[in-house]
Design a protein around this ligand. Structure first.
Ligand code: SRM
Ligand code: SF4
Length: 556
């Protein structure tokens, strides 16, 4: 049966009848209940709000016949991950006032709050609004937070890619005033004139989320091949400055649907800065019209590209643009992933320090690292800027040279690990939040990352490979939020106590890892890696990464 003949999914009906993302949210927020109706929970996502419950106590509560421990996760969209000190301080304050005291940096340069109660939603939205931030459209079937390599921004004295990032964020943000009415202005805004929604969103928005990232030509820290639409800056010999545009990437997979799979984006065209909005619009309109609205698991744009092929997809874009497309520029052969950690000099004479944040969780640990306090102090006292990286880390940037030592001292006094002291796996490990907040988690991720890092670093050590860097990414389910599908070692939750192990991705992010072993307990991973590490040690080329080695000897 074709997608047109199948019935559209319930979420499509909810969106259509929501009057541009309002639904009954304005009533639900004041109804005295700890949660919202099922339809409103779908709409909440467009406002950057996820209904969750504490899964550590879910079973006990259900057995006792008690209501679940409801709370909300709020994701703040931060274009390019760039924040002023005042914005950082506002986020820090929110985390004390209405959330669980932590800030969670995400793999898409956003910030999440967990454990927010219904009564905290409006104060949170107002605090964000007061500092020119919003959670609106950080989630939902829209263009998500625009990700941009922090190096492209902080190391570019012209600021042009920061401007483009902000321009794209504005251009593709839905126009409805619903969020400001319901969460920010309350009753005052109810009389506000209805805004026309953008034509490429209409009443039902997109079939699913749509992700855009801008990569540095030589540094794929954003994982450009994993995006619905990736942009790589370049200079065309005839057309001038612009982007090579890639389309059709995405990493999610569902055990329940074997027709789902991770996919790397294909190069589509080269577009100048002046042309890029129209090209993105044409891609979004193509997706809007051809995307599957019947099965949400197969609704991402990567399936449109996979189903019709990149050539026909190109024809669809040409038809919508009404002009031919240029060929894409070839991508640089030497691409790596810069973790942006440690001190570096910026072209304007100032400095930048990249600070590792394990699993993106900024917090103070009693008797341990007090990263949250350290960052607060830096934001309070120094004229700097911040960037969240796509590796869940944070950069303190634009540091005047005279403050370098003082900042080092603050980090030292708060027991924040220096980059030199990080282990070779720890340095680049990513983990998604998973339990206890994520409703989709099959098992643990963030909470067991330190243990897994220790196991793999221990095995490297005993295999005589102590200092070798390795890219580890862990998730609690196959949705792939920490991008394990392109990692050298991807550890993906399968059951409550086991993981599927994927191997063979690489630091360039241009190769999918392949399934090596199913249903492995974490404790069994060193044993599984031991013979592979021994071969890598004995047969690997000079400086050859683990992923490249495995691919060379075992094939892709
Ligand atoms: Fe994700 C859903 C967390 C990046 C693929 N993701 C979720 C939810 C909202 C769970 C849910 O639907 O109930 C998770 C919230 C958990 C929690 O308690 O906080 C969640 N995703 C995250 C974050 C926070 C992981 C992290 O460790 O940083 C990342 C937030 C990004 C942001 O700021 O916008 C995050 N998610 C990703 C990525 C990586 C990326 O975009 O670079 C992917 C893979 C790329 C892709 O989209 O294909 C990803 N998340 C998914 C999917 C699978 C979508 C699919 O195509 O099937 C889901 C499930 C869904 O949407 O229904 C999902
Ligand atoms: Fe949740 Fe799965 Fe994403 Fe982890 S990968 S945050 S478990 S949806």
């Amino acid at each position: 049966m074709s997608a047109e003949q199948r019935q559209e999914s319930d979420v499509e009906g909810t969106k259509r009848s929501s009057e541009h993302l309002r639904g009954t949210l304005a009533l639900g927020i004041d109804d005295g209940e700890p949660n919202f109706s099922a339809d409103d929970e779908q709409l909440l996502k467009f406002h950057g709000i996820y209904a969750q419950d504490d899964r550590d106590v879910r079973r006990a509560r259900s057995l006792a016949g008690e209501p679940l421990e409801y709370s909300f996760m709020i994701r703040v969209a931060i274009p390019g991950g760039r924040l002023t000190p005042a914005q950082w301080l506002a986020l820090d304050q929110i985390s004390s006032d209405v959330a669980d005291g932590t800030l969670r940096l995400t793999t898409r340069q956003a910030v999440q709050f967990h454990g927010v109660r219904k009564g905290g939603l409006r104060p949170l939205a107002r605090a964000l609004d007061g500092h020119l931030m919003t959670s609106f459209a950080a989630c939902g079937d829209v263009v998500r937070n625009i990700v941009t390599c922090p190096g492209l921004q902080s190391e570019d004295p012209t600021g042009s890619l920061t401007e483009i990032t902000e321009h794209l964020a504005r251009t593709f943000k839905p126009a409805t005033a619903a969020h400001w009415e319901i969460f920010v202005d309350g009753k005052a805004a109810a009389s506000r004139e209805e805004t026309q929604e953008r034509s490429f969103y209409g009443a039902t928005y997109l079939p699913r989320k749509f992700k855009i990232a801008i990569a540095h030509p030589g540094d794929n820290c954003v994982d450009v091949f994993a995006q619905d639409l990736g942009l790589v800056p370049g200079s065309h010999p005839d057309a001038g400055e612009g982007f090579t545009v890639l389309v059709g990437g995405g990493l999610g997979r569902s055990y329940a649907n074997p027709d789902t799979f991770p996919r790397l984006a294909d190069p589509l065209t080269f577009a100048t800065y002046g042309e890029i909005d129209d090209v993105i619009m044409a891609v979004i309109n193509t997706y809007r019209e051809l995307g599957d609205r019947t099965d949400r698991r197969r609704a991402r744009m990567k399936y449109v590209v996979a189903d019709i092929g990149i050539e026909r997809f190109r024809d669809e874009i040409v038809a919508r643009l009404g002009r031919p497309l240029r060929d894409p520029l070839p991508l640089m052969p030497e691409i790596d992933t810069d973790d942006h950690l440690g001190w570096r000099h910026l072209p304007d004479g100032r400095l930048q320090i990249g600070i590792r944040v394990s699993a993106g969780r900024v917090k103070d640990v009693d008797g341990g690292t007090r990263l949250r306090s350290a960052l607060r102090r830096i934001a309070e006292e120094y004229p700097v800027s911040f960037y969240i990286t796509p590796q869940q880390d944070i950069l303190v940037s634009s540091v005047p040279a005279e403050f370098q030592e003082q900042i080092d001292k603050i980090l030292f006094d708060h027991d924040v690990a220096s980059v030199e002291s990080l282990g070779p796996v720890e340095r680049n490990a990513l983990a998604c939040p998973a339990l206890p907040t994520c409703g989709q988690a099959l098992t643990e991720s963030e909470r067991r990352l330190p243990e897994l890092v220790g196991l793999i670093e221990g095995q490297l050590q005993s295999s005589g490979l102590g200092g070798r860097r390795l890219q580890l990414r862990m998730t609690g389910c196959p949705n792939g939020c920490a991008r394990p599908a392109v990692a050298e070692i991807g550890v993906v939750g399968r059951t409550k106590s086991t993981y599927d192990i994927f191997l063979g991705g690489g630091p360039r992010g241009d190769r999918l890892a392949t399934l090596h072993r199913e249903k492995v307990k974490l404790e069994e991973i060193p044993e599984l890696l031991e013979p592979l590490f021994a071969r890598w040690r004995d047969e690997g080329g000079e400086g050859e990464s683990f992923g490249d080695f495995l691919t060379r000897v075992e094939g892709p």
